[in-house]
Design a protein around this ligand. Structure first.
Ligand code: PBG
Ligand code: ZN
Length: 334
């Protein structure tokens, strides 16, 4: 006779029983954040070659694109600005100019979609002539004090324009505290959250994004500020640093190759919502594999999302959000 403590299958033979076995790993609309690329031309719609199915959009196109998604329950977006005509310079002046597409878009999005939570990626790489995430010294390395000051200025501009959440994605020391200080100083620290890209690794999987956002560094790489991919220690120290500095939410990025850190960081910091960024390379990888018949996209994606939730992720930032919302609305087996 089988030891009754080893009989597992009696506990998950129908879908209701299975739901009970996966508490905390369900995917609902509130577990998804949708990243979008906003271009200068308000009526523009440009397919992104490296990310099939994803477009850069002008504000008017974005409105048309988001309307049905909101009806399907979309709760939050993450905005990236993409320059076309505005100038790029050494300090990323166009990041917070009044003509910046994010700055122009924020008040409109707030009016059109009052229940949508809007996060802004705050970084300089899409706006600097050299494509690095901060202000550089003459030797081409990051000048940290100048970078932090600039990033905090840009963050404040987005906050004042209507962002609910600021997400500095550069991975430098000291930027969370600078942004928080500035929110306090301007009396809006109770209305704006700071989502830290706390454990962001220097990753090959960002390749398609840099094409999408026109933000590839013109020389060198980002390894002096983003984390070395094999370092668990730095991921924990960087997250501890940002928690200490007042981050409201934490993140691990990319997702799939770093789920051990989602788990260990969630265990060390259980009181902060944990975001997992399924980045552009992960999107492209799944898209192409499914397109070439390796597997069914829905099955593979839902398995991965479940893994991200199981590891400890609370919110998954994913370019697949429209598809997932569609599937959820069909109330299928997932
Ligand atoms: C900008 C930024 C990047 C991503 C988000 N914000 C690229 C990078 O750091 O080089 C990557 C997102 C993705 O690949 O989907 N700092
Ligand atoms: Zn950057």
């Amino acid at each position: 006779m089988m030891d009754k403590l080893n009989i597992l299958q009696g506990g998950y033979f129908n879908s209701t029983l299975r739901t009970w076995q996966s508490s905390g790993t369900e995917i609902g609309a509130h577990n998804l954040m949708y990243p979008v690329f906003i271009m200068e031309n308000d009526d523009g719609l440009e397919p992104i070659g490296s990310m099939p199915g994803i477009n850069r959009m002008g504000i008017n196109q974005l409105k048309i694109h988001l309307e049905p998604l909101i009806k399907l329950g979309l709760k939050s977006v993450l905005l990236f600005g993409v320059l076309d005509k505005l100038p790029k310079d050494e300090v990323g002046s166009s990041a917070d100019s009044d003509r910046n597409p994010i700055v122009r878009c924020l008040p409109l999005l707030r009016t059109w979609f009052p229940d949508l939570t809007i996060a802004c990626d705050v970084c300089l790489c899409g706006y600097t002539s050299h494509g690095h995430c901060g202000v550089l010294d003459s030797d081409g390395t990051i000048n940290n004090p100048k970078s932090i000051k600039r990033i905090a200025e840009v963050a404040l501009k987005y906050a004042k324009s209507g962002a609910h959440m600021l997400a500095p994605s550069d991975m430098m020391d000291g930027r969370i505290i600078a942004i928080k200080d500035s929110l306090v100083e301007h009396g809006i620290s109770n209305k704006v959250a700071v989502l830290s890209y706390s454990a962001k690794f220097a990753s090959t999987f960002y390749g398609p994004f840099r094409d999408a956002a026109h933000s590839k560094p013109s020389f060198g790489d980002r390894k002096r500020y983003q984390l070395p991919s094999c370092s668990k220690g730095l991921a924990h120290r960087a997250t501890a640093r940002d928690v200490q500095n007042g981050a409201d939410m934490l993140m691990v990025k990319p997702g799939l190759a770093y789920l051990d850190l989602v788990q260990s960081l969630k265990t060390e910091f259980p009181h902060h919502p944990m975001f997992v960024y399924q980045v552009s390379g992960e999107y492209a990888m799944l898209y192409h594999a499914a397109k070439n018949g390796a597997f069914d996209l829905k099955d593979a994606l839902m398995e991965i999302l479940c893994g991200m939730r199981r590891a400890g992720g609370d919110v998954i930032i994913t370019y697949f959000t429209p598809l997932i919302l569609d599937w959820l609305s069909l109330k299928s087996k997932y």
